[in-house]
Design a protein around this ligand. Structure first.
Ligand SMILES: Cc1cc2ncn([C@H]3O[C@H](COP(=O)(O)O)[C@@H](O)[C@H]3O)c2cc1C
Ligand SMILES: O=C(O)c1cccnc1
Length: 336
C-alpha cells in the first residue's frame, strides 16, 4: 500500500511539485524533426505528437516499447435511481471477462502491443447514492487514488487508463455539470443506451446530485460525484505526471475524471493527450474545456480505455517516424 499521501491535500501537493516537461529534449526533438527526409510539416499532427512525447520522455529520439493499459472497476450507489440500461452485476461480470481475455479492451491492447492490468475496487461496496450526499468519504476516495497511483508500472513508457462501472456516465455528467455549470440536460447522454425516460432520469439525478453536494470543484467533485474507478484513473494519471509518463485519454468518463485533477492543479494534465472523441454527447464539450483535440473520432462509446487504446497505434506510428527516419544529411537527400 502506498504511503506517499493520505489526504487529498497531500495528493494535490505531490502533483503541484511534479516536474515539468523537459524543454531541452523537446527543443532537440524539434530540431531533429526539421532535418527528417520529408517536406516540412508533411507528417502533420504526427510531428507534434512525437515532439510532445519526446519532451515528456526527456529524450529527442524516444521509442514506445512498453505501453500499459489499466482498467479500474467500481460500483455506484446512484444506479438505484435507474440511470443505466444494464444491471449493476455487469460491472463484476465484465471484470471476469477482462480477466479471461474476452472484452474489446483485451483485443485492442493486444493489437497495440500493450500490457493490460485490471483492478476491481471494492465492487461489493458501491459508492453512496450521490443524490443523497457525497458518493465517497475522503478516506474512500484517497484509498482509490492510492490504488491508481500504485498500479502504474514505472517501467511503462505510455499509459492508458480506462474504466468499467455501470452507472458511471451519470457520475461523469454530474462532475461536468458541477465543474462547468450549464444545464444538467447538456451533460447527460445515452450511456449504455437508456431511452428518453432514462435520459430524463439522468438529468434529474445529475441536477439533484450537484445541488445537494453544493456544486463541488476539483477533487471534491471527484469525491462527491465520482466513483472508485474514476478516482483510480485520477491516481494513475497523477502518478504518470510525477513520472513524466505520457498518457492517452479515453472517453467521456476518463475525461470527466481527468477534469477534476486539472481543475485542482494547474498543468496537471499537460502530459495527457486526448485519444478519441466518444459518441457520448457531452464528451466534445469537456474536451474543449480542457483544451484537448482528440486524435480520433470513430463514433465509439464503450469506455474500457478502448478509444485511447486504438490511438496508441497512431502515437506509435508518430514516434516510429520521428525516431526511425533518416535525416537529409544521413540519406544524402537534397533539402529544400
Ligand atoms: C457489457 C458492457 C460492457 C461495457 N464496457 C464498458 N461499458 C461502459 O458502460 C458503462 C457506462 O454506461 P452507463 O452509465 O449507461 O451504465 C461503463 O461501465 C462503461 O465502461 C460497458 C457496458 C456494458 C453493458
Ligand atoms: O465515452 C465513454 O467513455 C463511454 C460512453 C458510453 C458508455 N460508456 C463509456
Amino acid at each position: 500500500m502506498s504511503v506517499e499521501f493520505s489526504t487529498l491535500a497531500e495528493f494535490e501537493a505531490l502533483i503541484t511539485a511534479a516536474p515539468a516537461v523537459d524543454e531541452k529534449a523537446m527543443g532537440e526533438a524539434e530540431d531533429r524533426n526539421a532535418q527528417l527526409t520529408k517536406p516540412p510539416g508533411a507528417l502533420g499532427q504526427l510531428e507534434e505528437m512525437a515532439i510532445w512525447y519526446a519532451g515528456w520522455r526527456g529524450t529527442a529520439r524516444p521509442t514506445i516499447e512498453t505501453p500499459q493499459v489499466i482498467i479500474f472497476a467500481g460500483n455506484h450507489g446512484v444506479t438505484a435511481q435507474g440511470v443505466s440500461a444494464f444491471p449493476v452485476e455487469v460491472t463484476e461480470q465484465m471484470v471476469l471477462n477482462f480477466q479471461h481475455g474476452g472484452a474489446a479492451i483485451n483485443q485492442l491492447s493486444k493489437a497495440a502491443g500493450a500490457d493490460l492490468d485490471v483492478i476491481a475496487l471494492d465492487l461489493d461496496r458501491p459508492t453512496a447514492d450521490f443524490t443523497q450526499g457525497p458518493a465517497m468519504s475522503e478516506e474512500e476516495v484517497v484509498t482509490a487514488l492510492q490504488a491508481g497511483w500504485d498500479a502504474v508500472k514505472p517501467t511503462a513508457d505510455l499509459l492508458v487508463v480506462g474504466e468499467m462501472g455501470i452507472g458511471n456516465t451519470t457520475s461523469a455528467a454530474a462532475i461536468a455539470h458541477a465543474l462547468y455549470a450549464g444545464e444538467a440536460e447538456e451533460w447527460v447522454g445515452r450511456g449504455t443506451g437508456v431511452d428518453e425516460t432514462g435520459l430524463a432520469t439522468k438529468a434529474r439525478v445529475v441536477r439533484e446530485g450537484v445541488a445537494i453536494n453544493n456544486a463541488p470543484k476539483g477533487l471534491e467533485a471527484l469525491r462527491c460525484l465520482g466513483g472508485r474507478e474514476l478516482a483510480g484513473m485520477v491516481g494513475a494519471m497523477a502518478r504518470a505526471r510525477v513520472l513524466r509518463l505520457p498518457v492517452i485519454l479515453d472517453g467521456f468518463i476518463a475525461t470527466a475524471a481527468a477534469a477534476t485533477l486539472g481543475e485542482a492543479v494547474d498543468g496537471a494534465l499537460d502530459h495527457i493527450i486526448a485519444g478519441h472523441q466518444s459518441a457520448e454527447s457531452a464528451h466534445g464539450a469537456v474536451l474543449a474545456q480542457l483544451g484537448k483535440e482528440p486524435i480520433l473520432s470513430l463514433n465509439m462509446r464503450l469506455g474500457e480505455g478502448s478509444g485511447a487504446a486504438v490511438a496508441i497505434n497512431i502515437l506509435k506510428a508518430a514516434v516510429a517516424c520521428h525516431s526511425g527516419m533518416a535525416t537529409f544529411a544521413e540519406a544524402g537527400v537534397a533539402d529544400g
